[in-house]
Design a protein around this ligand. Sequence first.
Ligand SMILES: N[C@@H](CCC(=O)N[C@@H](CS)C(=O)NCC(=O)O)C(=O)O
Length: 383
Amino acid sequence: MSAPVDLFLPAPSSPPTPPGHYRLLGADCSYYTAKISAALRYKRIPHVNVLATREVFAQEILPRVGWPVIPVLVSPQGETLQDTSEMFDHLEASYPQPATLPVDAPGRFLCYWLELLFDEWVKVPALHYRWNHDNAFAIAEFGRNNDPTRSPGEQLAVGEKIATRFRGWLGGLGINADSIPTIEAEYLRLLALLDHHFAAHDFLLGSAPTLADFALYGPFHAHLYRDPNSGRLLRAQAPQVARWVERMGAPPALAPRPTAFALPATLLPALRQLARDYVPVLAAQRAALRAWLDSDETKDIPRELGLHPVIFGRGTAEEISTMRALFTYDQWMLERCLAVFMQADATTQGAIASLCEQLGAPSLLALAGPPLLARRHFRLVRA
Ligand SMILES: N[C@@H](CCC(=O)N[C@@H](CS)C(=O)NCC(=O)O)C(=O)O
């Protein structure tokens, strides 16, 4: 199996969109672009890929979304979608087959939980490895994507400017000189556990990909496989994970009939490891968000609500406590997951509670309640 090819290629101007096609504005090195791009390909949804150059940011992304972010998906009817979770819900409704979400409530809860873990918690190793092991490569990529027509020297200068902003996020994520050895030890443990799983199963939940696979593909393809030093480490340490990245990039063949999804026992240790340190973070964020909403703040909901102590590698030889920002966005994704539980009948709630035990996240359901957040005009607002 060969490496996934680059799909967002520098062109003198952005390609026209044929009728009936979606338009995906993004870049190959982007975590969340990889997630949604792989889903569009798997579902065989007609679309064109448009590299998000500075021209595309100025002419399409900023006028549509109001702030600079990728990916952005434009529907054939001209509707703008930003945030891959909303894109997923839209695409699953418009193109139900092949399904990428189980139909049963525990299965949906599981997929939304894994989406949150992979979108927001695997971000820690993904951003660490990119900016601390593949900095020069990433700068060149960012510069080229910004304006492929500039000279290499100009691209590097602008790449460095953009990279400074992204690298600036590391501290807020709790990535610092003290925590890096633990973050690396945790990542190597995660790779070993995922490698064991993918030796027995083609995808996370069995024989076909789900939202969970697309979410994990984001960091694993765009950063941890595609960035050269990170990619070498991945291929050497976890060849089965690298083969799964390649399968996801292919795109995977369609299952001949609707697929039954299950939670394989081989996946549980990896999921428990991730939940072990992330669930306490979610609880601290929720408390901070409630306090902020209960105060007489009238401003827009900020991205961060100060710092809190976080533990990485709980119970391992490398356990470390450091400071991390309290992000608000994760709570919106958490509510999307907990809504499945809130809307379920008592028997199904019992099944979801047992599932949470298996996932090493029994205290997650204590965070359920009426939603605090909504998203309007691509920003978080009070529910
Ligand atoms: N939750 C968002 C995350 C999007 C995101 O963080 N995109 C990155 C590039 S991979 C970006 O453009 N970030 C700019 C920012 O957040 O200010 C999604 O799923 O679309």
